[in-house]
Design a protein around this ligand. Structure first.
Ligand code: HSE
Length: 444
């Protein structure tokens, strides 16, 4: 059988990795896919660089290199368009044009899918083509395949993941070496983990894109990025990393999505924020730029997926797995294929994403107080009146001006009760400044 022809949009880190792994493992890949997969065309802004990159290890001689990405999506000889340029608008236009031309699409673009996925999947469904996106979440970790296919017997209850390597690297280095945030961010950029605009990494936006995609597949709901709650790590203080450690916890930037019943009605939590996790949990020990996703489901129980979430070849591994899937299924009746979002399009549920006020979790609260008689009693009274039960308390020796930190770990409660309690605590005359609140998940 003739090889299937792919066109790459973009030959940056992931594009180059994809090209080289396809060349290196072509025989294995052909045996798996049932026919060869050939990169016939590449679109790049810098043509010289693109030719150099694909020629580097040989095998790039027959590839047509063009500057205009529309020349790839409009070329009738191309069967699969691999979108690796990132960003929103141009990527959206190219992907929709490729679909309109009847081509299958493989993309690593989480931002595109989190924001425009509903439109893209609808167009692909109407046209009977596949849009595959394993590389969009957790790089080389096959978490999309696991959620969409491996776990399809289950009712999925929750997904919690370290899905941004940059922030995990920063948090690991801050904790291990006592370095400050800015120094470690610079290292992460030099190592090539960070997005072009690192605010997407450090403010949790990149993780929220990935979480939005996982929530859609896990629960069979449309992409709802706009309803996600996003907090990054730029406000996190070294002192809280230390206190957390003394109390037996590590702080990770987690993306969490779960089913929750609030006042008898079911909804979905969709949130990214720094989170205390008991140090003994496997996921708390995922360090450096590694990614890990913990899935809780009713039949299988808890499963954990771990690996490299970025980098040329780990991400290429996911892109090529999609290319193999598309190659195998290209000639299959579209109704026999795995649905884009795991559930049949007509079966998507309209479960609401819960407002943050309604989520249930436990909390780490750090209160800076004047060390006076009755302060602790005031704090515990306010929490008790709000119906919040205390799990642990840590009080430090008084320091400057007889002020000290009191750290309180609560049991699970609702965010709105904690908001109300924090407002009352901050109004006490003995409390200095703002209460630091970090959510805590036992992930038991
Ligand atoms: N910037 C991302 C991260 C890599 O740090 O995990 C690709 O999604």
């Amino acid at each position: 059988m003739k090889p299937i022809k792919a066109g790459l949009l973009g030959v940056g880190t992931v594009g180059a990795g994809t090209f080289h792994v396809l060349q290196r493992n072509q025989e294995e890949i052909r045996r798996r896919a049932g026919r060869g997969i050939e990169v016939a065309m590449v679109a790049a802004r810098d043509l010289e660089r693109a030719r150099r990159v694909i020629g580097l290890k040989g095998g790039g001689e027959d590839v047509e290199v063009v500057g205009d990405p529309f020349a790839v999506v409009n070329n009738p000889d191309i069967d699969i368009v691999v979108e690796l340029i990132g960003g929103y608008e141009l990527a959206r236009e190219l992907v929709l044009q490729a679909i309109a031309n009847g081509k299958h699409v493989v993309t690593a673009n989480k931002a595109l899918l989190a924001l425009h996925g509903n439109e893209i999947f609808e167009a692909a469904q109407a046209k009977g083509v596949m849009v595959a996106f394993e590389a969009a979440v957790a790089g080389g970790v096959p978490i999309i395949k696991a959620l969409r296919e491996g776990l399809s017997a289950n009712r999925i209850e929750s997904v919690a993941g370290i899905i941004n390597g940059t922030t995990n690297f920063i948090l690991s280095e801050m904790r291990d070496k006592g370095l400050d945030f800015g120094t470690v961010l610079k290292q992460a950029q030099e190592l090539g983990y960070a997005e072009a605009d690192p605010t997407f990494d450090i403010e949790g936006v990149d993780a929220a894109h990935k979480l939005t995609i996982m929530a859609a597949i896990a629960f069979g709901i449309p992409m709802q990025f706009a309803s996600s709650h996003i907090e990054g790590i730029s406000q996190l203080q070294a002192v809280d990393i230390r206190y957390a450690e003394q109390l037996g916890y590590r702080i990770k930037l987690l993306g969490i999505t779960r089913r929750t019943v609030v006042d008898g009605a079911e909804g979905i939590e969709l949130r990214v924020h720094p989170t205390l996790i008991p140090s003994a949990r496997l996921i708390a020990n995922v360090e450096g730029a590694m990614n890990a996703v913990l899935v809780k489901a009713d039949a299988v129980g808890t499963t954990l997926y771990y690996g490299k979430g970025a980098g040329a070849e780990p991400t290429a591994s996911a892109v090529i797995a999609d290319l193999v899937d598309v190659t195998r299924l290209a000639t299959v009746d579209p109704y026999q294929r795995v649905p884009h979002l795991a559930f049949q399009p007509a079966e998507l549920a309209d479960l609401p994403i819960l407002p943050m006020e309604e989520i249930r979790t436990a909390y780490y609260l750090r209160v800076y107080v004047q060390d006076q008689l009755g302060v602790m009693a005031d704090l515990t009274r306010i929490l008790a009146e709000a119906g919040i039960s205390i799990d642990a308390v840590l009080q430090k020796e008084p320091g400057e001006k007889a002020r000290t930190d009191i750290v309180i770990i609560t049991h699970q409660t609702r965010e709105k009760f904690v908001n109300a309690a924090i407002a009352k605590i901050e109004a006490l005359s003995t409390v200095v400044g703002k209460v630091v609140r970090i959510r805590l998940e036992s992930l038991g």
